[in-house]
Design a protein. Sequence first.
Length: 646
Amino acid sequence: MINPEPLADAPARRGADAAHPPSDSGSEIARLLIRQGSLSQEQLAYAKRVKSKLSEQYSLLRVLRDLGYVSEGELRRTFSENRLKVRLGDLLVELGYLRESDLKAAIAMQKDALGGKKLGEILLDNHFIEEHKLIEVLADQLGFEAIEPRFADLEAGLVRRVNPRWCKEFQAIPVREEDGQVVVAFRDPLDGTAKSAAEQVFGPRVTPAIGSRRAIRDAILAFENASHANPRQVADESTVTGLVDSLVVDALDADASDIHIEPMKDHIRVRFRRDGVMMLHKDLDREMAQPLTSRLKIMAQADISERRRHQGGRVVFQDPRSGRGVDLRLSFYATIFGEKIVIRLLSRKAELLDVKEVGMAPRMLERFLQDALDLPSGVILITGPTGSGKTTTLYGCVNYLNDTEHSITTAEDPVEYVIDGIAQCSLNPKIGLTFEETLRHMVRQDPDVIVLGEVRDQYSAEAAIQAALTGHKVLTTFHTEDSIGGLLRLMNMNIETFLISSTVVSVLAQRLLRRVCPRCAENYTPTAHELRRLGYGQHELLGAKFRRGRGCTHCRYTGYSGRVGVFELLVLNETVKDAILNKRTSTEIRRISVETSGLITLLEDGIGKAAQGHTTIGEVLRHLPRLDRPRPLNEIMRLVGEFDHG
């Protein structure tokens, strides 16, 4: 019998497991398939003969699937019914998520590790596999539900039956009760000790689910904070403190990115920005303006006596209901009716987005990885206006590069996502921790990859160029209209064209468009007016599947829910570099890029995503620059490939 591996290995068995390398894991899994009746001995024998003639990268499971002998459904059923017989490390290798050499290295590390570290932790800590891939296998192949537990969403009656210390010890937290079963999110759903502990508290009807390390940790931290919270601090709109708390809590519940508190002539208007669009939240009495402003200034450590000048500040807000922490960035802007306040909610997400899942079309993603991120040096610019998702993409790139072989150092204002394994610096000019000072020390840290939160001026642009000239890979964001605009802005900052052409390897421009609500989406045909604005005829859109939302309670009757990324990737080849050196116009550089480097414009990528039903023509027309007539739809789809992620 094969023992459960990388997450659930008991300390007493670790030596035996480490001494049992995954020599023939495919055959072990194949025997389970035969026992389940999903595979015959003859088929297995033939598949092994085929595998022997292929390269080592072809696992036995892959051969069986390619031959059509087993389906994904049959695999899932077999793995789910034989959870305790499948060694997960071998399964990861067979499914192609992990190299066999990496698994052997991890087993050796486990054998040498002090404190009895689990193999799953070693795989994650050394970046042999991304956690979301590990969770995907546990969820899809072994049948566990994947959950990102948020303390505010947990059933209070279940949570009261345990305490934070219990949750920390077993890395588990109860989520909900349904159909007589108590669903408990475990960091390791195969850990028999943790499951037994949960059954002692909740009874035998415990259903294990899997949560990511960070999500479990954050939920437990919020549980601890809530346990220590003073009940009198719960939001109460009769007080200014309660009003501030309720505004932030309402914004969190609405998934808003910003709160706008705007003084008008006779009242205060409060609006939220949700999915990039402003929406009215409520109106407040004019008399609340001064106490509300003073309270927010105290929280942000701004000068409450100064009302004529603009100010800013930051604060960590703690949700009084759940204890959950959220970073707030506040801006106070002096207007004729008083100070307008904008609060940006920087909720540090439980898990980073994989760069492969930000929404780039397959061929564009392949080019970005191979011709930009995988290069040893050079500047990679991610451009777009405020709120276009640049930071999310930037961190996705950093997460892609984060492994044991790279030293990554950042200078950010502020740090928005915390990533294990890299040196992140949050700038603070008040104490002399300026960009200039940080950069001077950063290059002495022997970094392979330098991440600059944003290029704001000539100094930071020159710093990025100089770092790339000395052999570093530099990732940064830039505020420009499109990819060509990023190059032109560097030229306008008096950066020499030969430096730009020799260091900048790629410019990725992006936007976020509202996504069609999946619950009320319906097919529709674009109007003649929309087609005329795009420059298309009806016959040029054959095969497109345009959709729009009717409006429902889920999307608050807007027809949209969430957002989808639209991208424009410029990879600087020799022809484009020559155009930059010769200081050609933006029109000429764009034409050369389209003809020689395979540039797909923001408009074309947006049209492709609208044709796939992810967004609408209206969103494309409202938010994407229309500099040239787009190519025919069938040519766009051929260039980008099928949109996997939308």
